[in-house]
Design a protein. Sequence first.
Length: 239
Amino acid sequence: MPVMIITGATSGLGEALARHAISRGYTVLLTGRRIERLQVLKEEFGDAARIGQLDVTEPEKAWSIIEQLIQEVGGVDVAVLNSGVSNFQGEFSPETEQWVIDVNVSGFMQTANRFFSYFEERGSGQLVGISSVAGMFGYRASTAYCASKAFVSNYLQGLRQRARWSKASITVTDIRPGFVESEMTEGKKGMFWLVPADYAAVRMLEAIEAKKTRAFVPRRWALIGLLITVTPNRLLDRL
Ligand SMILES: NC(=O)c1ccc[n+]([C@@H]2O[C@H](COP(=O)([O-])OP(=O)(O)OC[C@H]3O[C@@H](n4cnc5c(N)ncnc54)[C@H](OP(=O)(O)O)[C@@H]3O)[C@@H](O)[C@H]2O)c1
């Protein structure tokens, strides 16, 4: 049975992915800060799940909890680095921006780097990062968030290149969701093509199992991705 670890599995996309992965036969290791949510999920999933409370902004502590979980199940095949926060609602202060960077950039890098080394040592594995279509451009109402997701995508690209030069067989997958219903997007205005987290999770798992390099979720967001790529910066600057 394949083993998948998910960071940020206490709600939204992470929780939905866990549920779907279990239905496909995976054993899942669920992590996040909210222990009460993790306990509810453990009760629901039984032996198919193990839980570990961790905060990705405390990397050493977080990694020792992850190592403990890995030891318990004998190894991890897929690591989905999904933990993330946003200032989608337009909050703009050095403190809010720092918080987004701490979780989405530093927390992500610390976990991704350690998992990459783990897979190198193990000889194989799949590292999946959840970036966003929002990582393809800057946006005034979520300045740090967009910048943080650009970091995620570019860091993953660097890891993919490292994987090519490594003796290990490591797949690096960049998942770029559009708008998905979750705590993160609750109350946000101006969204379109919004999909339920369950629907997005099915598409995410398809992309993971197909060992895609990059995947827009749902796929129609690739059109927006293309549009962003061909739009001159002087127009994007006016958003
Ligand atoms: N919803 C969208 O439209 C959308 C679009 C594109 C990309 N994404 C990305 O998808 C991922 C999941 O987001 P979501 O929409 O499912 O939102 P969500 O329901 O708010 O989930 C965010 C998850 O991140 C975890 N998290 C936050 N801070 C953490 C920390 N310091 N340490 C460990 N875990 C932490 C949360 O768990 P705890 O609070 O329990 O720690 C939660 O499980 C994020 O990376 C997000 O940027 C979402």
